[in-house]
Design a protein around this ligand. Structure first.
Ligand code: ZN
Length: 239
């Protein structure tokens, strides 16, 4: 019940939120694995989405990578939903210390959140593979084909592709936030995919809240489980 969630929020001083793709679906950004998600859609090529979104595919088929990436991973018109906005309010109120997200859409920052640990990177950061110059999303949206730097180098999104490692410093920061938290709210993730499950185990606090449309393997450990839309749940609990 949402009123139970508002009670937990009231009694917490160091909330960390850990979120997955389900946080952004209410903003119109598709997730990967559900029906209707990216992986159920035709890539328009003979390759599977996991293959197209791999480091080696980026290197060897850069133009095809960008065709898929622009068509399926970029949602420049998406707006923060009530979940993003509620989390920003919690941070402003001094209750929430960090948002840890697996999403790459930048919607937490658009909502006003400041401490956002983007484990999988962001479509809003891009850099030249030759000189390191950085570019915003506009540079990727501006044209067709492979975006190139003034120096002639290829620009690559700062997004963690398959075959690429997560950023060590970011993972360390996420673990430190979780170890210091009194309450962990997990939303929009089934906690199956690495590194989500491992990160939840770093949490040592009292109250674990899970908000997900489907049950997860951690429901039995939770103080509170809400199988309802995350925007509704957080929006109601954080007026
Ligand atoms: Zn360059």
């Amino acid at each position: 019940m949402a009123s139970e969630l508002s009670g937990i929020v009231e009694n917490s001083n160091r909330i960390v939120f850990f979120g997955g793709a389900g946080v952004s679906t209410e903003s119109g950004v598709p997730d990967f694995r559900s029906s209707g998600g990216l992986y159920s859609r035709d890539t328009g090529t003979s390759y599977a989405p996991e293959e197209v979104l791999s480091h080696s595919f980026f290197v060897n088929h850069t133009a095809e990578f960008y065709d898929y990436y622009r068509g399926h991973l970029l949602y420049p018109d998406a707006k923060p939903n009530p979940a993003h906005l509620a989390l920003a309010r919690l941070e402003q109120a001094g209750k929430l210390t960090a948002v840890i997200t697996q999403n790459i859409d930048g919607l937490h920052q658009a909502a006003g959140s400041r401490t956002v640990l983007e484990l999988h990177g962001s479509v809003h950061r891009n850099s030249c593979l030759r000189c390191g110059r950085t570019y915003g999303l506009d540079a990727i949206l501006a044209g067709d084909g492979v975006p190139t730097c003034e120096c002639g180098g290829v620009i690559k999104p700062d997004v963690v592709l398959y075959e690429e490692a997560l950023d060590d410093a970011l993972m360390t920061a996420a673990v430190e936030q979780l170890e210091a938290a009194d309450t962990l709210i997990v939303g929009g993730t089934s906690l199956v995919v690495y590194p989500a499950a491992g990160l939840v185990r770093a949490f040592r606090g009292e109250q674990l809240v899970l908000i997900n449309k489907q049950p997860t393997g951690y429901d039995h450990l939770a103080t509170l489980v809400l199988h309802e839309p995350i925007g509704e749940a957080l929006g109601a609990a954080v007026p």
